[in-house]
Write a protein that binds this ligand. Structure first.
Ligand SMILES: [Zn+2]
Ligand SMILES: [Zn+2]
Length: 323
C-alpha cells in the first residue's frame, strides 16, 4: 500500500481530513516541515491541498495526489559538471495545471515558448492577416470528463483547419477554459489569419461541434501583449473550491489544455503545453546539470546554503509524471 492510500485509510478511520493526516506525519518525520512552523496561511493551503488530493486519490490518481499535497516541500540537489561543481537546489513542484503555485510557472514557460511565433509574425507580415481572438463555447453539461474535453478539442482543431483550408502562413493557439467555479467549457483562440465573417465562423463551429456560440474579433492588443492576454487563463486556477480543482485535474488528466496549430505549432518544438524546464545547464558556467540522487526538505537544502534554481526536469525521464 502506498503512503497515500495508507493515509487515506487512516484519515477515514480516525475521522480527520487527509491534510491533517499529512500534518500529523510531519510531526513524526523530521524531514517534513514541523507543525509549529506553520503559519495560518500554510495551514489553510495545506487543508485545501488535502481536500484536492482526496479527490485525486478517489479517482485513482494516487501519484498526482501526493505530488499536489507535497508541492515545493521537498527538493533535489543539483550539481554542474563544470570544473567548479556549482551546486543548486530545485524544489520538487507538483506541476499540476491547477496548482496555485505551479500555474504561474506554467504560464511563464508557455509565454516564453510561444513568443517565438509572434516574433516571426512581426518580421514576416502576410498581407491582410491580423491577430484575431476567437471564442468557441460548448453547452454546459454540469460536469467535465476527459472524453468531453478531448472531443471538444478535436472540434476546435477541425473548425480552425476548415476555416484556414489552403491558406499559408497562418497560426493559432488556444487555451481550454472553464468559468470561475463552474463547468462551462470553452476555448479562447488567438489566431493569425485573414478576415473571417462572424456568420461563417458560427456556421462552421455548429456544423463541426453542434454547439451554437462562437465569436471573433480583431485583437485589441498586438504582439506579445495579445499572447499575454490569452495565456492569463493559464496563470491562475479557475476555482477556489477544492472540489472543482479536483474535478478539473481529473478531467484534464492526460489531456493538454494549451494547443497550437500552424505557425504556433511549428515554433513550439513539440511542447505546446510547456512541460519542459528551461533549466538544463548551469546558470553560472553553462555546463550540464546533473541530479544528485535523493530528496530532501526544502528547509534543509536552504540551510545548506544552496542557491535556488527553477524547476529541473530531465527530458523524457519523467514518463510516469503523466499530466
Ligand atoms: Zn504545484
Ligand atoms: Zn557550473
Amino acid at each position: 500500500m502506498s503512503d497515500l492510500s495508507r493515509f487515506q485509510v487512516e484519515a477515514e478511520a480516525w475521522g480527520i481530513s487527509l491534510g491533517t493526516r499529512f500534518e500529523l506525519e510531519s510531526l513524526v518525520q523530521p524531514s517534513l516541515r514541523p507543525l509549529e512552523d506553520f503559519t495560518e496561511e500554510d495551514y489553510n493551503e495545506f487543508e485545501f491541498r488535502g481536500r484536492v488530493a482526496e479527490l485525486l486519490g478517489a479517482n485513482g490518481l494516487i501519484g498526482k495526489a501526493k505530488r499536489y499535497i507535497d508541492c515545493a516541500r521537498m527538493g533535489f540537489c543539483l550539481e554542474c559538471e563544470g570544473e567548479e561543481h556549482h551546486r543548486f537546489f530545485s524544489p520538487l513542484y507538483c506541476d499540476l495545471r491547477f496548482c496555485p503555485r505551479c500555474a504561474p510557472r506554467r504560464f511563464a514557460r508557455l509565454f516564453a515558448r510561444h513568443c517565438r511565433a509572434l516574433e516571426y509574425i512581426r518580421r514576416h507580415v502576410v498581407r491582410g492577416f491580423r491577430l484575431r481572438e476567437i471564442t468557441l463555447t460548448s453547452i454546459n453539461t454540469g460536469s467535465l470528463s476527459a472524453d468531453q474535453i478531448k472531443k471538444f478539442n478535436k472540434h476546435v482543431k477541425l473548425t480552425i483547419r476548415r476555416l484556414m483550408k489552403s491558406l499559408r502562413g497562418w497560426g493559432a493557439i488556444w487555451v481550454d477554459e472553464v468559468g470561475f467555479n463552474n463547468t462551462n467549457l470553452h476555448a479562447h483562440v488567438l489566431i493569425y489569419c485573414p478576415y473571417i465573417a462572424q456568420e461563417r465562423l458560427a456556421a462552421v463551429w455548429q456544423l463541426v461541434s453542434g454547439h451554437q456560440v462562437a465569436w471573433i474579433e480583431q485583437s485589441h492588443v498586438f504582439g506579445p501583449k495579445a499572447l499575454l492576454h490569452l495565456l492569463k487563463y493559464v496563470s491562475k486556477p479557475p476555482a477556489n473550491d477544492p472540489k472543482i480543482i479536483g474535478m478539473l485535474e481529473v478531467a484534464f488528466h492526460g489531456t493538454r489544455r494549451v494547443h497550437a496549430l500552424g505557425l504556433f505549432y511549428n515554433f513550439a518544438g513539440g511542447d505546446e503545453d510547456g512541460e519542459e524546464s528551461e533549466w538544463q545547464t548551469c546558470p553560472k558556467c553553462g555546463a550540464q546539470l546533473t541530479l544528485i540522487k535523493g530528496q530532501h526538505s526544502v528547509r534543509e537544502l536552504r540551510a545548506l546554503g544552496l542557491e535556488f534554481i527553477g524547476f529541473f526536469k530531465i527530458k523524457g525521464k519523467n514518463k510516469k509524471w503523466l499530466n
